[in-house]
Design a protein. Structure first.
Length: 495
């Protein structure tokens, strides 16, 4: 017997088997019972949430030999043919495959003929937003005056791309991502019926990774069975997907928090040695810090993590400041983007992690350095505190400022990236320090256009205006990995 994928095997065959989407099922059932079926439906929603399954069930419900019914029998000739995709009156068009020109032309021809086997002719057009303008125009003509026996079910993941002329003639139903608990329950049912021995933690992970798409979760389960056989452990997922496991992510995020360069690089190396790709680790870390961010602002409940995992995330979140989390996320996102085109993805990630740690150290050192030692009992003067805060604020927002400058002027960005904010001087100017031999960058920074871009970016980030000036060879400059050094490591050019 040929192999049937789990997804096909477990595809819902009647309305009650559809997972989630309660309001949609209710609407459709009521419409059938009341004989108030719309001539055109627009099913919107993310992939794998049941749009096509629901469309086929609706076709069955309309054409079942029992007469139009909210509970199609599943056994009559019409139901079986629709299930197997052989029904002549149910025409499925995949607009994504060739953008539907021929099919829609054909549709306009054949829509005039009455159904042969059932009461209705049902057109299911998948990914309808992909149709060409020409095909849309042809479809519109038919939608304007549909014969009484024709039902259109248009499905799309991107409703905003469906022309309003089409959408306005349809009854729109929005399919939501399926809830974690519902996906998990269905997976559990499948596992039991298929005689699988699957670890609870693995089941959680398969449900989570589907991100609300039943199809993705079931396909992953299928892959896992091919890979691991009938006994599936959590680690099988890790090996299969090459993802970083929870423990490693918690260790890595803690080492970043502790600003421990060596530990961070070692953990990364261990992860890569264990067979994970650098880009997967970056992705997992981003996801992990996103969880931390949610926990920090008190929204961890919406993440649908296991109770144990959520608790750990919340504990970690308490040790970071919100700004630190945001800075790490920005740095990691940038690294992920850079890694996409770079031949040495691993190195990009390593350098980015070190830079993240450096930036945090820098901000910390600056705060300590600028706080002058005071005789016991004396309060610092208001002016010192004020300047102290100011520079600290700029340091904290430094990655954000750089990012904003990059958008405004790439040249100003390169110069600023090489510099370091040192102090607010007597004249209230922000002093940017450059290493010896980097006068070129200082000069470029001081060109009017670049200076303006920089000052604007600072104002946007910290809400205050500062004039900037550059100095070269200041002894306070922290040695760090520069773009030049990175270029040398990569044997590449800066683009
Ligand atoms: Zn039937």
């Amino acid at each position: 017997m040929s192999y049937i994928s789990l997804y096909r095997k477990w595809r819902p065959q009647n309305f009650d088997e559809i997972i989630g989407q309660k309001h949609i099922i209710q609407t459709l059932k009521n419409a059938i019972k009341a004989n108030r079926i719309s001539h055109a439906y627009l099913f919107c929603g993310p992939r794998g949430t049941g749009k096509t399954s629901c469309a086929r069930i609706l076709a069955k419900a309309l054409n079942c030999a029992d007469g139009s019914t909210a509970s199609p029998c599943g056994n009559c000739g019409n139901c079986k043919k629709i299930r197997d995709g052989h029904a002549v009156d149910v025409i499925e068009i995949d607009a994504a495959s060739n953008r539907g020109i021929d099919e829609i032309r054909d549709l306009r021809e054949k829509v005039r003929y009455t159904p042969i086997e059932g009461k209705y002719k049902v057109y299911i057009i998948d990914e309808v937003h992909m149709l060409t303008q020409e095909a849309f125009n042809a479809l519109l003509k038919t939608l304007e005056e549909p014969p009484a026996y024709v039902i259109f079910i248009l499905a799309t993941t991107e409703p905003q791309k469906v022309p309003i002329t089409i959408a306005s003639r349809c009854q729109r139903l929005d399919f939501a991502r399926i809830k974690f608990a519902e996906v998990k329950e269905q997976l559990k049912k499948i596992a039991e019926n298929e005689g699988l021995d699957i670890e609870e933690k693995a089941l959680d992970e398969v449900a989570r990774l589907g991100e609300g798409s039943m199809r993705d979760s079931i396909s992953l389960l299928d892959q896992l069975i091919s890979f691991a056989g009938n006994k599936v452990a959590f680690n099988d997922i890790m090996t299969l997907l090459g993802s970083a496991d929870e423990e490693m992510l918690f260790s890595l995020s803690s080492s970043i928090l502790e600003k421990d360069d060596a530990k961070t690089l070692n953990l990364l190396r261990e992860g890569i040695d264990a067979g994970r790709s650098a880009s997967q680790i970056a992705k997992d870390l981003i996801n992990h810090f996103r969880n931390i961010l949610f926990a920090k602002v008190g929204a961890a409940d919406s993440l649908e993590l296991t109770i144990e995992h959520q608790k750990k995330v919340e504990e970690l979140a308490a040790k970071f400041t919100l700004n630190e989390i945001k800075t790490v996320l920005r740095g990691l996102s940038q690294a992920e983007m850079d890694m996409k085109w770079h031949p040495h993805a691993r190195l990009v990630l390593e350098v980015s992690l070190l830079e993240l740690i450096d930036n945090q150290k820098m901000a910390e050192q600056q705060e300590t350095r600028l706080r002058p030692a005071l005789p016991a009992g004396r309060q610092p003067s208001l002016r010192v505190v004020e300047i102290d805060n100011r520079i600290a604020k700029i340091k904290k927002h430094w990655p954000e400022i750089l990012e904003s400058i990059k958008q405004k002027s790439p040249f100003a960005f390169i110069s600023m990236h090489e510099g370091e904010p040192l102090e607010i001087n007597d004249k209230g100017k922000l002093v940017i320090g450059y290493k010896k031999g980097y006068a070129f960058h200082k000069d470029r920074l001081e060109e009017k256009k670049n200076k303006e871009a920089v000052e604007q970016a600072i104002k946007e980030a910290v809400g205050e205006s500062f004039l900037v000036e550059g100095v070269v060879g200041d002894e306070r400059i922290t040695p760090r990995m520069s773009v030049e050094a990175v270029k040398e490591i990569f044997e590449g050019e800066l683009i």
